[in-house]
Design a protein around this ligand. Structure first.
Ligand code: AMP
Length: 563
C-alpha cells in the first residue's frame, strides 16, 4: 500500500486513496494531526507526536521540534544521550505515521509519496527521501506541497479549469505557487518562498510582546519557563481565530502575569512579518507573468493561514476572500494521497498530468572577461528557476588557461551573479588534453527529474570522456553499509508502546500540571495521578479506559478551568 505524507514543520499527517477518494488516516490517538515532535528518554524510548510534545514541556532538553528547518544540514540533536540528525528525527515521525497507517488500513505500508516545501533545495529533498527510507518506506515521489494542495483543490472543485495561487504558510516555512489546471494538465507556472518565516514566528512575536509588556527579560528565564510562555502564546494566537481580544496569562517565578491584547494591536506588531510574506507573492506573479487579477482562486494551506491577521492580509492584497474548500491542514496530505491514486492508476481518479517546475536556478561558475580583465567566480545559469521539469539543459564551456589538464565543474544553486553567494551542491572533474586556452570544449548537462533530483554530466568533445554524478551532500553522504547501520541503530530504539500512548499522554500532562500548580489544584492532580497509577497496575483494559477518562476530565478542569 502506498500513502501520501505531509511531513510538516509543526504537524505531520498521512492520507491514502481508497474507494475512489482521498482520506486522512487518524493516528493511534484517533487524531488527524501528529505533532512533528520527537522525545527520547535516557533508556532510549522514543516518543513521537502529542506525547512527545507533552513530554517536551518537562524535558525540553530531551525533546526536538521544528527540525524540518534543519533537514539536509549537519545539525545534531542530543536527545537521551544519543545524537540524531534532522533526517533521523524525521524518520522517527515517518515511522510512527507508517505504523499508524498499517493499523488503520490493516495492511502493510511500504511506499510513500512525501511532500516538501517547493522551496526545499536539493539537499533538503534528498534528506527527506532518506528519512523515508530510514523509516522503511520506499519513497516513490517527492511532491511539492503547493502542487499537492492544488491537486486537492483542483480535484475537489469538479476539475474546472482555473488558475490558482497557493499560499502555504506552515509552522516554519512559506511557499507561494501559481498553478493552472486546464483539461487533463496541472501545470505549475512559478514557485517562490521563504524557508525562514512561518506560524512559529507569529507565536514568538506574541511571546516577546508578552515578556516586554510584563517587563521580563527573556534571558533571565530558564528553558522550561520560556517553553511555557511560548505554549501559552501559541494558545492565545489560535484564540484570535475566535475573538478579537485575547488574554494571555502566565505564572512566572510564582507571580501571575497577564496581557490583554486586541487583534488590531497584534496586527500592527505583525506588520514586518506580513511584509516578508509579500515578497515571494510578488516574485511568483512576476515569474509566472500574471497579474493579481488573473488569479481565479487563492488557496490557503498550512495551519498558520487560520490566523485572521494572515487571512486579512491575503484578502486585502488580492481583494477577494481566499478559498476554504479543503481544510488548510489537510490539503497537502490529501493531494499527496490523490497523487498516490494517480500513480497506482486507480480507475476512479481522473488522470492528471502534473508538470512541475524547479524552484531555483542551477548553474556553475565560470571565468568571465569584462573587457579589461578576466575574473573568475561568475555564475553561469544552466537551468533557470521556474523551468518546467523534467528538464535537461546543456551549456558548453572552454578551457580558461593554457595547458590546463582538467576542468572542474562546480554545481551551484541560487540566483546570485557571483558564484560564491550560491549554494555549492557538488563538483565534478574531467581530464582534458593540455593545449592553448579555449581549445578544449566541455559540455555540461544538468538534468532535473520529476522528483527534483539533479544529475550532472560532463562531456569532453575531443576525447569523448564522459563523467556523471547524481548530486549528493558530500558530508552527509552515507554508504549503503552506513545507511543500514543507522537504520539498525534506529530500529533498536524502543518505541513507546502504542496501546499505552493515550495513558502516557495523560500521565505526562498530570506530571506537568503538578509542577505548574500549587495548593488545592496541585493536591487534586497528585491524588488523580495516584489513583490512575493504581488502576494501571491492575492491567484491566476496560477499567483503565474508564480511569483514564476520569483523569483526563480532572486535568481538563484544572488546566482549562483556570483560564
Ligand atoms: P503546519 O506546519 O501547516 O501544521 O502549521 C502549523 C502552524 O499553524 C503553527 O505555527 C500553528 O501555530 C499555526 N496554527 C494552527 N492553528 C492555528 C489557528 N487556529 N490560528 C493561528 N495559527 C494556527
Amino acid at each position: 500500500m502506498m500513502i501520501g505524507i505531509d511531513l510538516g514543520t509543526t504537524n505531520s499527517l498521512a492520507a491514502c486513496f481508497r474507494n475512489g477518494k482521498a482520506e486522512i488516516i487518524p493516528n493511534r490517538l484517533g487524531e488527524r494531526l501528529t505533532p512533528s515532535v520527537v522525545s527520547v528518554d535516557d533508556d532510549g524510548t522514543v516518543y513521537v507526536g502529542k506525547t512527545a510534545r507533552e513530554r517536551g514541556i518537562l524535558h525540553p532538553l530531551e525533546t526536538a521540534r521544528v527540525f524540518k528547518r534543519s533537514m539536509g544540514t549537519d545539525k545534531e540533536y542530543l536527545l537521551g544521550g544519543r545524537r540524531f540528525s534532522a533526517e533521523e528525527l524525521s524518520s522517527l515521525v515517518l515511522r510512527s505515521l507508517k505504523e499508524d497507517a498499517e493499523v488503520y488500513l490493516g495492511e502493510s505500508v511500504t511506499e510513500a509519496i512525501i511532500s516538501v516545501p517547493a522551496y526545499f533545495n536539493d539537499l533538503q529533498r534528498k534528506a527527506t527521501k532518506r528519512a523515508g527510507e530510514l523509516a522503511g518506506l520506499n519513497v516513490s515521489r517527492i511532491i511539492n506541497e503547493p502542487t499537492a494542495a492544488a491537486i486537492a483543490y483542483g480535484m475537489g472543485s469538479d476539475g474546472k479549469d482555473a488558475r490558482y495561487l497557493v499560499f502555504d504558510l506552515g509552522g516554519g516555512t512559506f511557499d507561494v505557487s501559481i498553478l493552472e489546471l486546464y483539461g487533463p494538465i496541472m501545470e505549475v507556472h512559478a514557485i517562490a518562498g521563504d524557508n525562514f518565516i512561518g506560524g512559529e514566528d507569529f507565536t514568538d512575536l506574541l511571546a516577546t510582546m508578552f515578556l516586554e509588556r510584563c517587563a521580563i527579560a527573556p534571558e533571565t528565564l530558564d528553558v522550561r519557563t520560556l517553553n511555557e510562555v511560548r505554549k501559552v502564546a501559541e494558545a492565545c494566537k489560535c484564540g484570535f481565530a475566535e475573538s478579537n481580544l485575547v488574554a494571555m496569562c502566565c505564572t512566572i517565578g510564582g507571580e501571575e502575569h497577564e496581557m490583554i491584547l486586541t487583534l488590531a494591536e497584534y496586527e500592527k506588531a505583525c506588520a514586518p512579518l506580513l511584509q516578508k510574506l509579500r515578497k515571494p507573492i510578488e516574485r511568483s506573479l512576476r515569474d509566472a507573468g500574471v497579474s493579481l487579477d488573473e488569479i481565479d482562486q487563492v488557496v490557503m494551506v498550512g495551519g498558520a493561514t487560520r490566523l485572521p491577521v494572515v487571512s486579512r492580509f491575503v484578502a486585502k492584497m488580492f481583494r477577494r476572500i481566499p478559498g476554504s474548500l479543503v481544510d488548510p491542514d489537510e490539503a497537502v496530505a490529501l493531494g499527496a494521497a490523490l497523487q498516490c491514486g494517480m500513480k497506482a492508476r486507480d480507475k476512479e481518479i481522473r488522470e492528471v498530468v502534473l508538470t512541475d517546475v524547479c524552484p531555483y536556478t542551477l548553474g556553475t561558475s565560470v571565468v568571465k572577461n569584462n573587457g579589461v580583465f578576466e575574473e573568475s567566480g561568475h555564475y553561469l545559469p544552466i537551468i533557470e528557476r521556474n523551468t518546467v521539469i523534467p528538464v535537461s539543459r546543456t551549456q558548453t564551456v572552454y578551457t580558461a588557461s593554457d595547458n590546463q589538464t582538467r576542468v572542474t565543474v562546480d554545481v551551484l544553486q541560487g540566483e546570485s551573479r557571483m558564484a560564491h553567494n550560491n549554494l555549492l551542491l557538488g563538483e565534478i572533474t574531467v581530464p582534458v588534453p593540455p593545449g592553448p586556452r579555449g581549445k578544449e570544449a566541455v559540455d555540461i548537462t544538468y538534468t532535473y527529474d520529476v522528483n527534483a533530483l539533479l544529475e550532472v554530466e560532463v562531456y569532453v568533445h575531443s576525447t569523448k570522456v564522459k563523467r556523471k554524478i547524481i548530486i549528493q551532500n558530500e558530508q552527509n553522504r552515507m554508504s549503503e553499509e552506513e545507511a543500514e547501520a543507522r537504520m539498525e541503530a534506529l530500529q533498536y530504539l524502543k518505541q513507546n508502546p502504542r496501546h499505552d500512548e493515550a495513558n502516557q499522554l495523560q500521565l505526562l500532562r498530570g506530571e506537568r500540571l503538578y509542577e505548574q500548580t500549587v495548593g488545592a489544584d496541585r493536591m487534586a492532580v497528585g491524588q488523580a495521578l495516584m489513583e490512575f497509577e493504581a488502576v494501571l497496575s491492575k492491567q484491566d483494559r476496560t477499567e483503565i479506559e474508564r480511569a483514564r477518562k476520569k483523569l483526563e476530565r480532572t486535568l481538563n478542569d484544572i488546566e482549562y478551568g483556570r483560564k
